[in-house]
Ligand binder design. Structure first.
Ligand SMILES: [Mg+2]
Length: 457
């Protein structure tokens, strides 16, 4: 997973070191020597992640982070503050400035890569979320679905038998609005996790007399917890166990004793990622679907079709592209003589016939009452003509009966608009197809007509 990383540090030796490590993992990098340069580069280059030194002359890292998070053009970019060792106060200041994570100097290679990978994944989810929200907004759906989700009101389970450490976690999480519930051992943790739902589970890897890895494996296999983010709390020397836990599906880790501010950012990031993932899978997906699918036929609606066609025309300057406009002949008679429910059945039959007689990458839409459009990327005049004729014949030969049992012959007329490798617009293609459809109707219906080729342009 390649990503763009901006490294900000006033000491060139530091930037060179980080850059070398990131380049070795195939990340793209850029460097800035002070806060002002960082702000400009963040806006212009739009990195996926910013590694930001705290101590810099002029504008320090805190101020730079605050400005990044205050600017709509950069606030979605994760910022990792690089602080000096053993400075908890700096972490709190970083947190207040809006930092997404921390690294301690000297930056250790594995930790750097773990942080980078984790935040780049979060950024990718955010980008996908943003893209879908833009489509939703462009289509006039909802207010602002692209708000960074709040973790307030979410719930975390803290599995830790050490009272001092547990107390830190139980105090820190509510500062983010996260309700914390404590379990003292694996058995209690499993019982709680089966009864209640949690958005995050923090697990100590040093549970006395217990194998925490077994607990992690059990949680990953549990129906309520198999996708819940697991945050490890590990002694600095427990590196091998951390690696094993990651193989079992742990999401991130913190070293013991727990730093309150570090726990806050890690918990927040993990819960947000879960929220993005869940929403991408359900809410926005179905909201989009509801707004873009014709409920009667299950085909796309005109709104989707226009947007999709605009994308194809923009993206493929001068590519082959054809549009079929399909209209049911004498449909009004079906409705008038046999009722609307019979009319609806006829439309569904035609939609199914279109579906089974087009390619998987063609798009089908119900364009109006009894009008359908097929968008065929890559299809030239001959391809479009063959497809249209196949559709026409398939509808003509389909068996359709009125409620009385009386057979009702159905036919369609088809007009074709073909880009023929020339630059065109969605409107021009649809108009060409519509004019050809009109000609097919005028010529007696149940036939296919090719529209005039677009002018060279
Ligand atoms: Mg510095």
């Amino acid at each position: 997973m390649s990503a763009r990383i901006l490294i900000v540090d006033d000491v060139p030796a530091n930037t060179r070191l980080l850059e070398a490590r990131l380049l070795a993992e195939y990340y793209q990098t850029a460097t800035a020597r002070d806060g002002f340069e960082a702000l400009n580069m963040a806006r212009d280059w739009q990195p996926d992640l910013i590694l930001l030194d705290v101590m810099m002359p002029g504008m320090d890292g805190f101020e730079c982070c605050r400005r990044l998070k205050a600017d709509a053009a950069t606030r979605h970019i994760p910022v990792v503050m690089v602080t000096a060792l053993g400075q908890p106060a700096e972490r709190l200041r970083g947190l207040e400035a809006g930092a997404d994570d921390f690294l301690t100097k000297p930056v250790e290679s594995d930790t750097l890569m773990a942080r980078v990978r984790s935040l780049v994944r979060l950024k990718r989810l955010l980008d996908e979320w943003h893209a879908r929200s833009e489509t939703a907004r462009a289509l006039g759906l909802g207010a602002d679905p692209f708000a960074i989700p709040s973790v307030v009101g979410t719930r975390a389970l803290v599995v830790d038998d050490w009272d001092v450490s547990a107390a830190t976690s139980m105090d820190a999480l509510p500062l983010e609005g996260i309700t914390a519930v404590r379990a003292r051992d694996g058995k209690e943790a499993m019982a709680l996790a089966q009864e209640q739902s949690f958005d995050l589970i923090a697990i100590s890897l040093s549970l006395a007399g217990e194998d925490s890895l077994r607990l992690i494996s059990a949680l990953r296999g549990g129906p309520r917890t198999h996708e819940t983010p697991l945050l490890l709390l590990a002694e600095p020397e427990a590196r091998d166990q951390v690696v094993r836990a990651f193989e079992l599906g742990a999401s991130d880790w913190l070293t013991l004793p727990v730093d309150e501010n570090e726990l806050r950012v890690r918990a927040r990031n993990q819960i947000r990622r879960k929220i993005y993932q869940d929403r991408l899978r359900s809410d926005l997906g179905s909201a989009l679907e509801m707004a873009l699918i014709d409920p009667l036929t299950g085909l796309y609606n005109q709104r989707y079709l226009r947007r999709h066609l605009a994308g194809l025309v923009d993206g493929g300057q001068g590519n082959q592209l054809s549009v079929l406009m399909v209209d049911v002949d004498f449909f009004k008679r079906v409705n008038d003589n046999h009722g609307h429910s019979t009319g609806d059945k006829a439309l569904r039959l035609i939609a199914d016939t279109l579906r089974t007689n087009t390619r998987v990458f063609d798009s089908l839409a119900r364009y109006g009452g009894e009008e359908f459009v097929v968008v065929m990327p890559g299809a030239d005049q001959d391809d479009a003509m063959l497809a249209a004729e196949r559709l026409r014949a398939a509808v003509e030969s389909a068996v359709f009966n009125a409620p009385s049992g009386e057979p009702l012959p159905l036919t369609v007329s088809v007009g074709i608009g073909c880009a023929a490798g020339r630059t065109t617009t969605p409107e021009a293609l649809l108009n060409t197809a519509d004019t050809a459809l009109y000609a097919a109707k005028a010529a007696g219906r149940n036939r296919v007509m090719m529209g005039a080729l677009p002018a060279v342009g």
